[in-house]
Design a protein around this ligand. Structure first.
Ligand SMILES: [Zn+2]
Length: 381
């Protein structure tokens, strides 16, 4: 068994220990110490990293009470070493993890839902609950969670002698060796990981997002330094948007809405102008015979419909307009409803056509060459 120094002192950054065992494995060495402040992965919290003297510890695991430090070099058995953990990383994990306990405790006491999943990485924290919450619920949960920070609730981690009569949240039904993480007047939960000593160390708890998840909800949240980093990202984004829109930072949503309305109105105006241009454009076409085809570059379906309609109104007959490239043309065709239906049936039968329509207008795509299309049109004239 390795003595777990992190159990009693979650803020211990440096410690002395003796190497008990060290043996080679596939990608480095397993080093066992008599005591350690390195937390092995557990309770959803990633393992610590750091150094044993100048040897890198890149992962830590626990098996049957023994803690295995994954080191890059071999350490001499019996050697007295100084262990140093990457405390900034550990502190970040503790800020997130204790924040998670506070949120889970509040969710449990307000709504009776259980935390059924917890994921913590260097970039993301999620927690899953077995019931659904609304945005309004989450705003209230977040408010209460931050109140726990303002009153600087004390956090006590201990191994109780008697589990009987003790009320606590737990994912597993453990009978012995249960470590309790107690947040004063907020939560009590079985957890093996190191936590901050008091809620004020968390700084802030911010819920970022949520989604339905297996009949319940998944919540994304950030705490402490991560929350400040997130705030700064958003702040610089807002700052840029506010400069681009010449709008005060707290009014950028309204400014964006206004811009979108402007775009919609411009689109409408452009549509009207295009239609008028196409109508007068139609008059300049030299159209011969009862059936004609025009190939036009860069027309979207609305333009095609507009030109086919204008040509039909101007010259009658059946007027087809195509745009696209060889083998991939879009089209719109206008004509007298009954005649067009019969003609289009033939046209469809001879080429690779997808589409249809009614009331004197058909549209779609044709996967043939210009030559093939014109050949069929001449044949059907
Ligand atoms: Zn925990």
């Amino acid at each position: 068994m390795t003595e777990k120094l992190y159990d009693n002192d979650s803020h211990l950054k440096e410690f002395g220990a003796t190497v008990i065992e060290c043996y080679e494995k596939a990608d480095g060495y397993f080093t066992i110490l008599d005591r350690t402040a390195f937390f092995p992965e557990g309770g959803g919290q990633p393992s610590d990293t750091g150094y044993l003297d100048d040897v890198r510890v890149y992962d830590v695991r626990e098996k049957d009470g023994v803690i295995y430090h994954y080191t890059t070099k071999q350490l001499e058995v019996g050697k007295k070493i100084t262990g140093t953990i990457d405390f900034e990383r550990r502190f970040d994990f503790m800020q997130q993890h204790t924040g998670e306990h506070i949120i889970s405790g509040i969710v449990n006491s307000l709504y009776g839902y259980n935390n059924v999943g917890f994921h913590l990485s260097e970039t993301e924290m999620t927690m899953d609950f077995d019931g659904m919450l609304t945005r309004e619920n989450l705003i209230e949960i977040e408010r209460q969670a931050n109140e726990v920070i303002y009153r600087n609730a004390k956090i006590n981690c201990y191994y109780p002698e008697n589990l009987k009569d003790l009320e606590y949240r737990s994912k597993l039904d453990l009978q012995s060796g249960v470590r309790i993480v107690e947040i004063e007047d907020c939560d009590s939960c079985a957890c093996c990981a190191p936590h901050v000593n008091s809620a004020s160390e968390i700084g802030i708890i911010k819920i970022l997002d949520f989604a339905k998840n297996k009949g319940g909800i998944r919540i994304w949240a950030v705490c402490g330094r991560r929350a400040l980093k997130d705030y700064n990202n958003r702040y610089f984004n807002d700052l840029e948007i506010s400069a681009l829109l010449c709008s005060p930072q707290n009014e950028i949503a309204a400014a964006v809405k206004k811009q979108l309305e402007n775009i919609e109105s411009l689109k409408y105006q452009i549509g009207g102008l295009k239609k008028r241009i196409i109508e007068s454009f139609a008059k300049t076409y030299k159209v011969e015979g009862q059936i004609s085809a025009v190939f036009q570059d860069g027309f979207d379906i609305k333009d095609l419909q507009s030109l086919a309609d204008s040509l039909y109104k101007e010259y009658g007959g059946i007027r087809a307009v195509f745009s696209g490239s060889e083998g991939e043309y879009s089209f719109a065709i206008c004509g007298d409803a009954e005649k067009l239906d019969a003609w289009f049936k033939e046209f469809k039968g001879r080429l690779t056509v997808r589409g249809g329509g009614r009331n004197g207008m058909v549209q779609g795509t044709v996967q043939n060459t210009k030559g093939e299309i014109l050949g069929v049109i001449n044949e059907l004239d």
